[in-house]
Design a binder for this molecule. Structure first.
Ligand code: SF4
Length: 360
């Protein structure tokens, strides 16, 4: 017996991929059997307003198999607020915005994290939890904001503007975080900007977030031309048309939207802030969420009595994550997200500076 363990440990040390370290599992049956129907019936209740009954036999076998395999693998599934309802409500163990997911991941006992979100989120989970194995079901799930800037861009900015602190949004790669002084989220950006103690800062790469923050502080903000391809599509004309048709409508938006759009919202904040705002509305209120449209579908089950209006802008990157790909992740242990340890340490420092600021 001792020999078997020694051999396994030796193999673990030399194995390179997650598949080699953990091994493959057989692909489970994907038939809609009586057992699958019975075991998933309570989950269908959570999504019945979004998934027609006729489609459930397609989703249910995946959900059943994923929920079994994640226990077998000792894995936890994290899902961003923009994931589809069958992922968000039926297989996720933890849901939230990107930073909530990374922070929560640090508190779980499971050794494998399946990140249902985009690549920079999986990187953030990895750098905050280096000892865990982090998998993303589709490694091509990118982000227009994260891809708008590189570590080299930041080094050039620093050379051209010595002494100006560089604050980067969490929607960036680990390489970019590693080159920055501190990170920020859409909910704490004003506080981070004012904590730097300088009269000028860089807040990058989201130009609109920076412009929205600039309206709330005397600190001069230099920015970058990055945009979220989902939030940049909302327009003033579109929102005014909704308001004209329904004068009682509460419009709540994300600060990644253009400043003129944010100006006519009743509230603007991070996805978690938007959820809190919606929770505070009186029964019968009608709320329009100016953000990725899966979020309204995901929260309307828990924010009871509020009617959500969803102007539908989908994030094509978030939608790369599907139930079949999550199942493949669990069966084949792919795609593993790795971050160079030296770079991870530097990036982690920028994230931790922000987190420590929050708790001071
Ligand atoms: S919604 Fe925007 S910021 Fe979020 S992942 Fe998609 S492109 Fe990036």
């Amino acid at each position: 017996m001792a020999d078997i363990h020694q051999e396994k440990n030796a193999a673990d040390l030399t194995a390179k991929t997650a598949e080699e370290r953990f091994g493959q599992l057989p692909m489970p049956s994907l038939e809609f059997t009586d057992e699958v129907a019975k075991e998933t019936a309570h989950l269908y209740e959570r999504v019945r307003h979004h998934i027609p009954e006729i489609e459930w036999p397609v989703h249910a076998p995946y959900i059943f198999a994923i929920n079994r395999l994640k226990k077998q693998r000792n894995a936890v599934i994290l899902a961003h607020n923009y994931q589809t309802p069958e992922i968000f409500h039926c297989v996720a163990d933890i849901s939230g915005d990107s930073l909530q997911l990374a922070a929560e991941a640090g508190m779980v006992d499971e050794e494998i994290i399946i990140q249902c979100g985009v690549h920079f989120m999986a990187e953030t989970s990895k750098l905050l939890n280096p000892e865990k194995t982090v998998l993303i079901p589709d490694a091509k799930a990118g982000c227009s904001l994260a891809e708008s800037i590189t570590g080299e861009d930041i080094r050039l900015l620093r050379e051209a503007h010595p002494g100006v602190p560089i604050i980067t949004y969490v929607n960036t790669s680990a390489e970019v975080k590693a080159e920055s002084d501190i990170c920020c989220t859409s909910s704490n950006a004003v506080r981070v900007v004012e904590s730097m103690g300088t009269d000028t800062v860089f807040l990058i790469p989201d130009e609109y977030l920076a412009q929205n923050v600039a309206k709330q502080t005397d600190v001069k903000i230099l920015t970058w031309k990055g945009h979220c391809e989902v939030h940049e599509r909302f327009t003033v004309e579109e929102l005014l048309a909704y308001r004209e048709a329904d004068p009682g409508l509460q419009i709540i938006g994300h600060p990644e939207c253009p400043p003129e759009v944010v100006d006519i919202c009743d509230y603007a904040g991070s996805t978690s802030g938007m959820i809190e705002y919606a929770r505070g509305q009186k029964p019968g209120a009608r709320v329009m969420l100016v953000t990725e449209c899966s979020m309204a579908a995901n929260i309307e089950e828990e924010v009871v009595g509020v009617e959500f209006i969803k102007p539908c802008n989908l994030c094509p990157h978030m939608k790369r994550i599907t139930l079949p790909k999550i199942l493949d992740s669990l069966v084949y242990m792919r795609e593993e997200v790795l971050v160079d340890p030296i770079l991870a340490e530097k990036a982690k420092r920028a994230v931790e500076r922000m987190v420590n600021l929050k708790s001071n």
